[in-house]
Write a protein that binds this ligand. Structure first.
Ligand code: ARG
Length: 566
């Protein structure tokens, strides 16, 4: 468990000023400059109780408070009481606390609470493009973060497996379809069919009509239409799963839009029954303040993406009784979710305020070949293959002797793509630049993996040398400023995870891990770990081991594999 320095200082203060001054915890601040101490208390807060000039209070407290434990000294400066931490004590205690913990305490945060996360959610018959990558990795990471914090998580892949495009696909497949081509590469093949359908429909408008008819038949349960749709769907999902495996992301349910088909009638009834609907040119709508009305049912009786999302959220509430529901979907759908949540609120669902759209920006390619391809479609699988092969090249160059080259290259390549996606706040657009993503010394996944592997090999050497199964104690040696910096950061791990969770922002963890790796490398450069002195070596080894533990746990939360050897 992390050391709560503020709690310790508050306790010290209470002993000095007495209980009736109230808990000073909330008064303790981080001063803007280091020379004002590690922590400070503005003494205006005590002025009422002591009826004295805050300056006087500060100087009295400075002389009364007894240093000890984590507190090295106290000084007054004007109305402020500045507190200095004993860095040696802190470093040692933080490291020891970290050695013991399995981060169990944080699980209490989410005890008894459920979060439903809707992420990835690609559309069948359109390639799993780079755009869906973002939703997949942000959602996958959020799921791990919430689980780590003790929440029950329900991961849902709301695949786009329903809608008029399936009528078009069926019609196209019946006209031009090739069974073998479909089996061979279903997603790309279906995509090509879809593109071809649109191109030909420009010339032969009756195709459009035919597409609508096929969707109609599909909706009515026509066997031939259903059979084809089922095949398209299951072949596509099989392919998606291959990608998810590579990204190490999984789902509890693949309940796509089609899943809610049977619930649509009652959904429309429920919306109507709440008295908020109106008819508008034959369509059923909910007028909304400051935004376009929500279209619930079209004039021809068909329902919409929004209707299916209303059905889905009602189902999820009933089935999982969630405390929080997240939708990890790009920012262009902001209005859709605003409409969805507003409709729910107007239906009297108080829990609508616990539904959140978690938007993210776009991916921009620096790579010419990828950005100029016709239709701007990038197949994620190609991207991952390319990443792994570039990583393989780097391994051959840097360390050709490494075992498990194929797995290592895959972990580095895929990790690079994921980290590149998670390293900045999600709302920002991200650049896709191979050289930058695979830079061993940059702000990259591979930098973290490399640091992790470096620590691992250091620890192996240490264990061999001192014949110890693991590192147990920490002696009274000094770890220096660098060691303190490491300990200070490591001690923040849980707080950072909590922030990532409450802001739905995996980048908080990504940035934090970069700092940890940097601090470790600083420590390692300044202090030899294997020195010939057993106690010293083992104590420093323990600092390294704690860094390893936080790095590997943190990478896990980002769906990136920590590497043992590279
Ligand atoms: N399939 C949709 C798309 O690719 C995303 C679905 C997001 N989830 C939801 N419940 N609307 O645009």
């Amino acid at each position: 468990m992390a050391i709560d320095v503020k709690r310790f200082l508050a306790q010290k203060l209470l002993e000095t000023v007495g209980e009736d001054a109230g808990d000073p915890y909330g008064l303790i601040e981080r001063p803007p400059k280091e020379e004002f101490g590690d922590y400070a208390i503005p003494c205006f807060g005590f002025a009422k109780k002591f009826k004295k000039d805050p300056k006087l209070i500060a100087s009295d407290l400075a002389s009364q408070i007894t240093p000890g434990g984590l507190l090295a000294k106290a000084e007054s400066l004007g109305p402020y009481l500045n507190l200095y931490i004993d860095r040696k004590v802190f470093t040692k205690e933080a490291i020891l606390a970290l050695r013991r913990t399995g981060f169990e305490e944080i699980r209490a945060d989410g005890e008894g609470k459920t979060v439903v996360i809707d992420y990835s959610s690609p559309n069948i018959a359109k390639p799993f493009g780079i755009g869906h990558l973002r939703s997949t990795v942000i959602g996958g990471s959020l799921k791990r973060i919430f689980s780590f914090c003790g929440f029950k998580t329900v991961g849902i892949n709301h695949i786009g497996d329903w809608g008029t495009q399936f009528g078009k696909l069926i019609s196209a497949y019946r006209r031009w379809g090739d069974e073998r081509a479909l089996e061979h590469d279903p997603i790309r093949y279906l995509y090509d069919l879809y593109v071809r359908f649109h191109a030909e429909a420009e010339k032969t408008p009756q195709f459009e009509q035919e597409g609508r008819e096929w969707f109609n038949r599909l909706e009515k349960g026509d066997e031939e239409a259903r059979e084809l749709w089922r095949r398209f769907r299951s072949l596509s999902i099989e392919e998606f799963k291959r990608i998810y495996e590579r990204l190490d992301v999984s789902f509890d349910y693949y309940t796509g839009e089609s899943f809610y088909e049977d619930l649509l009638d009652e959904t429309v009834k429920a919306v109507k029954a709440s008295g908020i609907t109106q008819m508008s040119e034959g369509a059923l709508v909910v007028p909304l303040p400051d935004m376009p009305p929500a279209l619930i049912r079209k004039q021809d009786g068909s329902t919409l993406y929004l209707t299916r999302d209303i059905a889905a959220v009602l189902y999820r509430k009933k089935e999982y009784d969630f405390d929080v529901a997240l939708y990890v979907v790009g920012s262009p759908q902001a209005l859709h979710f605003k409409q969805l949540f507003t409709v729910l609120a107007r239906m009297g669902k108080g829990w609508a305020e616990r539904c959140h759209h978690v938007p993210f920006g776009q991916i921009r390619f620096a790579d010419e070949a990828m950005s100029t391809r016709k239709g701007n479609i990038v197949f994620l699988e190609e991207v991952l293959d390319r990443a792994a092969s570039l990583a393989r090249g780097i391994i051959e160059e840097k360390n050709p002797g490494v075992r498990n080259k194929v797995e290592t290259a895959e972990a580095i390549g895929v990790g690079a793509v994921i980290f590149n996606d998670l390293k900045n706040s999600r709302i920002k657009d991200i650049a896709f630049d191979w050289d930058e993503m695979l830079n061993f010394n940059g702000e990259t996944g591979v930098y973290l993996q490399y640091t992790h592997a470096r620590i691992k090999s250091l620890l192996l050497k240490l264990e061999k040398r001192y014949k110890i199964p693991g590192i147990e104690a920490v002696s009274d040696i000094s770890f220096g400023e660098e060691g303190y910096e490491v300990a200070r950061l490591l001690n923040e791990f849980e707080a950072q995870v909590r922030r990532a969770r409450s802001e739905f922002e995996p980048s908080v963890i990504a940035r934090y891990l970069l700092e940890v790796a940097k601090a470790f490398n600083g420590f390692y450069n300044a202090h030899r770990v294997i020195t010939g002195d057993r106690d010293e070596s083992l104590s420093r080894g323990l600092v390294a081991d704690c860094c390893r533990k936080v790095l590997s746990q943190g990478l896990e939360l980002l769906c990136i594999r920590a590497i043992e050897e590279m």
